[in-house]
Design a protein around this ligand. Structure first.
Ligand code: ADP
Ligand code: ASP
Ligand code: MG
Length: 441
């Protein structure tokens, strides 16, 4: 017998009907030993996610307004699920306690974490499994960075005491015990942490799509599903915007050599996508040279030009020092002979753009600095892709024929991706053009 860890996303636990699907999945395979739930997500377009409502509650409390009206919407969701499933424990009492604690602690992370906490309580009662509070077994350091080895130790010890358990996703605690959350979508990370500590054979991430698609299905119609990909390819795709899995969910399982299987709670018979350390050589259909495409909006391109830049000692360092001095990180750094471009996320620049430019002017004395905001980046990813003849030509021709102007090109040294920077307005057109150029129906 093996060990499987299952994480269910918010859409997979949005109402009682989905809880039933989850139970059927878990009971269909005795290898499932640990389950990591998210908070209930949207049931339909325009519905509200519990986590969003909890953040709203916190904002009310913080500005000394009542959060009761908003909390009632949250309570109704959980009460409805408990009633429909016939759970007989004091959900109402738990909800009152939670509402009071949100008011008392005035802590956004604590408030947000209650979505997973309450859902975990409900699911553990429904499955008849033990409940392990993530606050006790997922640790952050005092600065809020995830403490991976410490967590692994205490999580492993805790799991050994429970043959079957539910561990809520998304949160843990600081050394002093106060609740702290991962960034949004962080239950994927919790699931990977549990899989590592359980030394699982596979981490099954149950969501609302039948696997990782070659492109975001909200942008490209009916993209093909990726059957198998490597963790390195996944890292490139999720970093660049394929949001199906949180980008930090990769590290715990990759390190431990545990594959991740993305599956659909609403179509459990579909095999989904396997993410592995070393994909089989024929993991892509014969004529297909790429694995997937992902993109992200809202970047700024700083293009710095200076004649003979390449022979000037320390030029690049001084440009990057200007960014570092103002606490700004960069995404990409494509360079030419007399030009250097730095791609920075817009949100990093909001208040510091003018100071950075001034600093670069002073320390580098460039001939010109051009600032282009409103840039979108698209990464085309696949092992060995860039060494296949004609790949770049095919990509650039597709964009040219679609009337998309390329503002920047960055071909990573990994032979695994080509990134283009384009105007935001061309984002959807470019994603579709690249997809059609590489994928035959
Ligand atoms: P969960 O609530 O299960 O954590 P998410 O909403 O976080 O689910 O992630 C699943 C969603 O990711 C899908 O519904 C889909 O809209 C989106 N998505 C973005 N890029 C991709 C992709 N390449 N393949 C599949 N889904 C994608
Ligand atoms: N519930 C949290 C969020 O909405 C975490 C998660 O869903 O993974 O971001
Ligand atoms: Mg998610």
């Amino acid at each position: 017998m093996g060990i499987k860890v299952a994480k269910f996303g918010g859409s997979s636990l949005c109402d009682a009907e989905h809880f039933r699907k989850v139970k059927a999945i878990i009971e269909s395979d005795p290898d499932y030993r640990y389950v990591v739930p998210s908070a209930p997500g949207k049931r339909f377009d325009g519905d509200e996610k519990i986590t969003d409502l909890l953040y709203q509650c916190h904002r009310q409390v913080e500005s000394n307004r009542s959060h009761e009206e908003i909390f009632k919407k949250i309570a109704d969701r959980y009460l409805g699920i408990a009633r429909e499933l016939g759970l007989d424990f004091d959900v109402e009492g738990l909800l009152i306690e939670t509402s009071n604690a949100i008011r008392q602690y005035k802590n956004p992370d604590f408030a947000a974490s209650r979505g997973e906490y309450l859902n975990g309580m409900l699911l553990s009662k429904y499955l008849g499994w033990d409940f392990i509070d993530a606050q006790d077994v997922v640790k952050f350091d005092r600065q809020g960075s995830f403490a991976s080895e410490w967590t692994n130790e205490i999580m492993r010890e805790a799991l050994q005491k429970h043959s079957h358990a539910v561990i809520p996703g998304f949160y843990g605690s600081y050394p002093n015990g106060d609740v702290h959350t991962f960034s949004r979508g962080g239950s994927d990370i919790s699931g990977a942490i549990v899989a590592r500590a359980a030394q699982a054979d596979v981490y099954v991430n149950w969501t609302d799509v039948s696997g990782f698609m070659m492109a975001d299905p909200r942008i490209v119609k009916n993209p093909k599903c990726i059957r198998e990909l490597s963790y390195r390819e996944l890292r490139e795709l999720s970093y660049m915007g394929a949001t199906v899995l949180h980008e930090d969910a990769i590290f715990p399982v990759h390190k431990a050599g545990i594959p991740t299987n993305i599956r659909n709670t609403n179509a459990p018979e579909d095999p989904g996508t396997m993410i592995v350390v070393n994909p089989s050589p024929d993991h892509r259909p014969g004529d297909q040279i790429i694995t997937g495409i992902a993109g992200h909006k809202n970047f700024t391109l700083l293009s710095i030009e200076k004649a003979m830049m390449n022979s000037e000692y320390g030029f690049g360092r001084r440009v990057l020092q200007a960014l570092e001095d103002f606490g700004v990180s960069f995404e990409h750094l494509p360079t030419g002979i007399d030009t250097m471009s730095v791609v920075v996320a817009d949100k990093e620049l909001v208040t510091r753009k003018d100071q950075i430019i001034q600093r670069i002017q002073q320390t580098c004395q460039p001939d010109s600095i051009e600032i282009s905001a409103g840039i979108a980046l698209i990464a085309t990813v696949g092992h060995g892709m860039t060494s296949a003849p004609g790949t770049a030509a095919r990509l650039f021709t597709a964009l040219y024929e679609a009337g998309v102007n390329i503002r920047m090109i960055d071909q990573g040294s990994s032979e695994m991706n080509i990134i283009v920077g384009i105007d935001i307005k061309d984002f959807e057109t470019a994603m579709n053009a690249i997809y059609r150029a590489f994928v035959k129906d």
